[in-house]
Structures are given as C-alpha cells and as structure tokens.
Write a protein that binds this ligand. Structure first.
Ligand code: ADP
Length: 498
C-alpha cells in the first residue's frame, strides 16, 4: 500500500516537473490509477519526448483539439501555449501571446480553403525540410495537411504523401505518432466526461473573454465525429427513403386491392341478386297482382247502383299500398345493384335486416325455411353504408338458405338476431340448421375463392368480412351447440337512439 502510494506520488511529481502542474487527465480513472501512469508513458513517448520542436507540437495540438467535441484538451493545451504550465513539458519553451493563440484558433480549417494551395508546396519539395517556425506559411501547410490526416485518416492519402515528401520518413512517422497520441487522448476525454478543467485554465477562461469564446464555442468541434455522423445520417436517410418507397407501394397496392374488392363486392351482389331474380320477381308481382285486384274491386264498387264510394275509396287505398310496396322492393333492388360510393350514415340495423328479409322471403319460402327474428329493441344506431351492410346480411342469409336446402331431415329454421355484445357494440347473429361448419374448413371460410359449392364463387364471406372490417367491426363463425352454422358480426355504435 505504502509502496503504491509512493509510486503514485513519484508519478505525479514527474508529471508536475514536466508541465509545472499535474493535469486532471493524469488523475482520472481513479479506479485504475495505474492506467493514468500508462497514459503518461504514452504521452512521453509520443508527445513530450518526440524530437519535434515544442512550440510546433503544442500549437499543432491546440489546432487539432478544435476537432474534438470535448473541450478539455483544447483548453488545457491552449493554457500550456500561453504560459499556464509548460508547452510540450518543456520548461524552456517560449510563451505565446493570447493574440497568437487567437490567431491560431481562427485559422480556417482545410475544408474552408483551397487544399491544392496547401499541398502543392509540400509536394514540390525535392529534399525534406526541417520543422518550420511558428506562424510561417510552411507551418500552416503542415498543419492543414496533418489536420486532414487526423480528421479523415482514410481519405488522406494525398495529404500523408505530401507530409512524407516534405518531412522525410522519420519526421513523418514522429508526426503520425503525435496524431495517434492526440486521438487516444481525445477518446479518453470522451469516455471520461467528468474530467474537469484545472483551476489555472479556469482563470484563463475567466480573464480572456475572446479566447474563452473561441475555445468553448468552436464550431469545428463536431467535425471529428462528423464523418461518422454523416454516414449514420446517410444510412438513416437511405433507410427512410426505402421505407417511404415501400410504404407508397404498399399503399398503392392496398388501394388497388380495395378497388378490386369493391368491384368484386359489386359483382357478388349483382350475381346474388341474379340468383334471386325468380324469387324477387315473384315478390314484385305479388303486390302488382294485388293492385290489379284492388283496381278491379274499385271498378265494381263504381259500377254498383248507386256507386259505393266508400268501397271505391278503400279499394283505391289498397291499390296505392300495393304499388308502393312494389316500388319499395324495386327501389331496394336498384339500390343494392347500383354502384355507389361508400357512405357512412347513421342507420338502424333492425330496419336494414327487415328489408333484406323481405327481399329474400320468397326464396326462403321456396326452400321450405322458416325465418325467426329476435331483434333487440332500442339498439343504438350504427354508422355505416346501408347497401354494404345489407349485402353482408344478404350473403349470410343466402349461405344459410343454401346450406339448409341440402338438408333432407330436421327442421329448416333460420334465426336472425340482434343485440349488444359485452362492450356495447351492436351484434348481429345469423344461425341456421344446415350441416354446419367442419372444424378443418372453419379457418378457410373467409378466404377469397374458398367454396365447396359447384357453382360457388367463394367470395361471399371474404367480402362480408372486408365490409365489416371497413366498418371497424368484426365478423366470425362461431361454433354452436346443435346443428347448423352461426355467423356473427359486430359493428361499432354511432350515436345513441333517443
Ligand atoms: P360461396 O357461397 O360462393 O361458396 P362464401 O365465401 O359465401 O362463398 O362461402 C364459402 C364457403 O363457406 C361455402 O362454400 C361453404 O362451404 C361455407 N359456408 C358458408 N356459409 C355456410 C353455412 N351457413 N353453413 C355451412 N357452410 C357454409
């Protein structure tokens, strides 16, 4: 223990001897103090003892530290440069003025100037030069080329070649060693963000307003990370673009799918109505025949002596009622067959169901089926497209009729019910006594083109489900006790009935 702490104090003494103080960086990472000592070894090897003039080294380190987001290094090295501690650990070094430091910090970056102008003089040298004096053109050229090698090492072939040409191999490697040290130290400061400024440089920042502004607000600070960040951003952008394109394509497909589906829904509706044509024409001819009968009766009342005007009035009332009935049916058929854009109306589901029951009555009777209704009273209105929702009910009824028409024994009952589900949505149930749904096919019923009927299209249930889902409802087949199939759907509630 004693040995360790005396080692530490010897180390701090050595640091202090060189710099005139112990910079915080050599006291960081207290959990592994030996690492700070290794860092000091590296500093000596690559920075302090490098045979490069102290002022050149220190000025370059100030300059390069502009490109580190963490401000510890730039402040510390600038402090050394203007006499807070010793530049490059050299007690004999000449101290620079604040004005010189400011000028150095204001030098345009290589990216703000014509790089050719910087590189050509270095490339043109036929014999290696010696290290240049501070603030000379050659120092400026070397700094600019070294900065590119420092910030964008992988894109600095020309700059490194120019430096090597100008300095010769050995000086060039020493310079690269110094850049490596600086990178290591910058990295160290980034992963030790708790590293604070020393008191002496705090004082410097307090006293030197312009210098402090340049040191603390250098807009180049992020450039070191810029390459990486730009790449990240580019990738992100590319990703976004791809995602955007995909999203657009998906949307176009979905729109097209919806259009096709709507076409099919229409075709399905027309086909179903076609299947029902015989039954429906019967449904229409009935009131027309009734109207004829009433009309004849009216004539008879008129011919009576004296004419029975009350009889005529009643008969004509019958004519009006019967023709209205026929007109109603025709209107409903027309509405179901017409291609109309989707609407959202508040509608009473029971009324919509009763209309479809009326339309299919003849077909149901023809197949020896009896229809039972259990329509709950006082249901809230649902928001939706009347024609489309009626198409769903029509399809379910026709499927039930077809299922039961093949059953020879047992009762043929069709139960149509409405009510509310647990969450207050309107629930419609269509239950038959047909052969029912077998468990293997129950998942496939709602697939497009799945049919077990010789002339079936297999679109009915798939269309029903799309329509219900477009209304934000749900449609499913439920297993029921007893024979037959039960299909149910829910619809969200619009406004409540008053
Ligand atoms: P399609 O009626 O043209 O066959 P659907 O999509 O309406 O098309 O129905 C798909 C299949 O689902 C039918 O072929 C039938 O096998 C089955 N199915 C539908 N409704 C019933 C039902 N009520 N009872 C028994 N099976 C049914």
């Amino acid at each position: 223990m004693l040995q360790e702490s005396s080692d530490r104090s010897a180390f701090q003494q050595a640091v202090s001897n060189r710099f005139g103080l112990v910079p915080n960086i050599f006291q960081s990472a207290p959990d592994a103090p030996e690492l700070a000592q290794r860092l000091w070894d590296i500093a000596r090897e690559l920075y302090l003892d490098k045979p490069i003039p102290s002022l050149f080294k220190e000025r370059l380190l100030v300059y390069l530290s502009r490109f580190c987001e963490v401000r510890y290094c730039i402040v510390r090295h600038c402090g050394f440069l203007i006499g807070f501690g010793h530049s490059s650990g050299d007690r004999l070094v000449q101290v620079e003025s604040v004005a010189q430091a400011i000028k150095l910090l204001k030098t345009p970056t290589p990216w703000e100037r014509d790089l050719n102008g910087v590189l050509l003089p270095l490339e043109a040298m036929s014999t290696p030069m010696d290290w240049p004096d501070p603030e000379t053109d050659l120092e400026d050229c070397l700094f600019a080329a070294a900065t590119v090698a420092f910030v964008e090492p992988l894109r600095s072939d020309r700059e490194r070649a120019a430096l090597r040409n100008a300095l010769g191999g050995q000086r060039f490697e020493h310079l690269m060693g110094l850049l490596t040290f600086m990178h290591a130290v910058h990295y160290w400061t980034k992963i030790h963000p708790d590293l604070g400024f020393e008191d002496d440089v705090r004082q410097m920042l307090d006293q030197q307003e312009e210098l402090a502004r340049l040191l603390l607000e250098d807009r180049e600070a992020a450039r070191g990370e810029m390459g990486v960040r730009l790449l990240d951003e580019l990738n992100l952008l590319r990703d976004l673009n791809e995602r955007h394109e995909l999203e657009k394509a998906k949307q176009a497909l979905e729109e097209r799918y919806h259009e096709v589906e709507m076409e099919l829904a229409h075709v399905n509706r027309v086909t179903t109505m076609g299947q029902l044509a015989a039954s429906i024409s019967h449904e229409v001819t009935q009131p027309i025949a009734a109207a004829g009968t009433y009309a004849h009766a009216a004539l008879r009342w008129l011919d009576a002596q004296p004419p029975d005007l009350e009889g005529v009035r009643q008969s004509l009332g019958g004519v009006v009622k019967a023709t209205n009935q026929a007109a109603d049916i025709i209107d409903r058929i027309r509405a179901l067959i017409k291609k109309a854009p989707l609407r959202k109306d508040a509608l009473e589901i029971n009324e919509a169901i009763l209309e479809i029951i009326a339309l299919t009555r003849a077909e149901v009777v023809k197949n020896g089926i009896s229809v039972q209704t259990q329509l709950a009273e006082g249901l809230p209105l649902v928001q939706g497209d009347r024609v489309q929702l009626q198409q769903v009910i029509l399809n379910l009824i026709i499927n039930a009729v077809e299922a039961m028409s093949g059953v020879s024994d047992g009762s043929r009952e069709l139960l149509i019910g409405t009510g509310k589900d647990a969450s207050g949505r309107v629930l419609v149930t269509v239950q038959d006594c047909g052969p029912g749904l077998n468990p293997e096919s129950v998942d496939r019923l709602f697939d497009a083109f799945y049919t077990t009927k010789p002339g079936g299209m297999g679109m009915g249930l798939s269309i029903c489900r799309s329509i219900v889902e477009a209304h934000e409802g749900r449609l499913w087949a439920s297993r029921t006790a007893g024979p037959g199939a039960t299909i149910q759907f829910t619809l969200p509630v619009g406004e409540a009935t008053t």
